[in-house]
Design a protein around this ligand. Structure first.
Ligand SMILES: Cc1cc2nc3c(=O)[nH]c(=O)nc-3n(C[C@H](O)[C@H](O)[C@H](O)COP(=O)(O)OP(=O)(O)OC[C@H]3O[C@@H](n4cnc5c(N)ncnc54)[C@H](O)[C@@H]3O)c2cc1C
Length: 411
């Protein structure tokens, strides 16, 4: 029985069930077969912090197998060759993947095109030449990309970016820096946001454009891989552009209107991260419930103690609410509403209660909760990060408050 009274459309259910069957068939066995590799950080990463060749080849295998099976690009626009499924399918599929696979089977992250790493609606307005040059690699899963918006001095207020694209003949020359760019250490392309009209940018009336750039182009420099949480490698990088030449075919969307694309990309990230938090939260609570049924103390299983079960019940209640918030925001987007307030609520709430649920599951497990085998601390790291990435909780509350002060008070 479903705990949710909303009937999901048939195509969304088919997409969800299909991608879970794919993960069970293609992802879980790969983890089982490569357990030694995944448990050894020195084998996972190269000296410079990027994934090792062996890991990259497994990632590529999952992407290409999923593309061949029709799942990888199912949420990419139809005219780019995707199945054109909407925001609801994106939310539901990611939530199911995180819930079913948990943090151990992380190759599932490559079963469905991440909005910033693979083909997604972000690329809806690429030029016809980019469709020919860039899209085949992205659609087939042989190549990937990244999203370069944040800079050392432009985080929450991304309008403060300094990266500049100056006219040079028909094209532009880009100079500047980016930071925290996820997937940049191994990506083939980067969507770079740069100022093309400083006057408009200063007045916050456009003036920022998006370009799709091969990461091996002259002037595109990976400065360093950024390591987080004590890991010896990482997914994020710092980039520097030095006289990086881009041609008109590389423009994504309209000139000077790139910030709209950036905001839309971040919205997709908010759906993804809301789904990730609910999925991991559900996975963790189920693990904790199973443990509580078997672990004994003071003559009974700990499931007999309300001090153990009530916090889990509270987390379950919050996850249920977060799930409904996420479904609702995605459905509003599919209906053509901007859902700025509702998506902000869904993301801000989901990341906090998802993190809390994982933390509670760690507590339920006692010392066991910290072991590498259980993977709870991986989920904990992952959900700590999403309280910052794609809009911090404070920025999301700021957005909600601003919308409400302007009269958008429907709840
Ligand atoms: C793991 C990870 C991956 C990322 N991947 C990418 C990526 O692929 N591409 C990309 O472009 N960026 C990426 N980012 C960057 C991310 O978007 C920024 O970290 C985020 O926007 C916050 O910016 P900041 O870190 O500079 O924090 P700041 O903007 O410096 O904020 C610092 C603190 O001040 C608070 N604050 C700021 N302004 C206000 C205000 N008006 N009211 C109240 N509080 C405020 C913030 O909430 C925060 O707590 C990633 C970040 C992380 C952690």
């Amino acid at each position: 029985m479903s705990a949710i009274a909303i009937d999901l459309p048939e195509d969304v259910v088919a997409a969800r069930d299909g991608i879970i069957a794919f993960a069970e068939h293609e992802v879980l066995p790969r983890h089982a077969a490569n357990q030694k590799l995944f448990e050894d950080p020195r084998a996972l990463y190269r000296e410079d912090g990027r994934f090792s060749d062996q890991v990259l080849s497994l990632i590529r295998e999952v992407r290409t197998a999923s593309a061949a099976a029709g799942f990888y690009h199912m949420c990419a626009p139809e005219d780019l060759g995707g199945a054109g499924l909407g925001h609801l399918a994106y939310y539901v599929a990611w939530e199911a993947l995180f819930h079913r696979c948990g943090p151990h089977n992380w190759l599932m992250l490559y079963a469905l095109a991440h909005w910033a790493f693979g083909p997604s609606r972000l690329l809806e307005k690429v030029t016809s030449e980019a469709r020919e040059r860039v899209m085949p690699g992205l659609m087939s899963g042989t190549q990937s990309m990244c999203f370069g918006l944040s800079e050392p001095n432009a985080g929450s207020d991304a309008t403060m970016i300094k990266t500049r694209a100056e006219r040079d003949g028909d094209g532009w020359r880009i100079s500047g820096r980016k930071i925290w760019t996820s997937n940049a250490p191994v990506a083939d392309y980067c969507v770079v946001f740069a100022i093309t009209d400083p006057e408009k940018a200063k007045l916050k009336q456009g003036g920022i454009s998006a370009f799709i750039v091969p990461t091996d182009a002259p002037g595109f420099n990976l400065q360093r891989v950024i390591r987080l949480f004590g890991h010896i490698g990482g997914d994020e990088a710092e980039l520097a552009f030095d006289d990086l030449y881009v041609e008109p075919w590389q423009l994504v969307g309209e000139l000077d209107q790139g910030f709209k694309a950036a905001l839309y990309g971040v919205s997709l990230g908010r759906i993804y991260n809301a789904a990730r938090s609910v999925g991991y939260g559900r996975w963790a609570i189920e693990l904790a419930l199973e443990y509580a049924k078997t672990r004994e103390s003071f003559g009974a299983t700990i499931a007999n103690y309300q001090g153990v079960t009530f916090p889990l019940a509270q987390s379950a209640t919050e996850l249920h609410a977060a799930h409904l918030l996420g479904l609702n925001a995605a459905m509003l987007l599919d209906q053509g509403h901007p859902a700025i307030k509702e998506l902000s609520m869904a993301k801000a709430y989901s990341v906090q209660i998802g993190f809390k649920a994982v933390d509670q599951a760690i507590q339920t497990h006692g010392a066991m909760g910290f072991t590498n085998e259980l993977g709870l601390t991986d989920a904990w790291h992952s959900l700590r990060i999403v309280n910052v990435a794609d809009g911090t909780n404070e920025i999301l509350y700021r957005t909600i408050a601003n919308r409400m002060l302007k009269g958008d008070v429907e709840l």
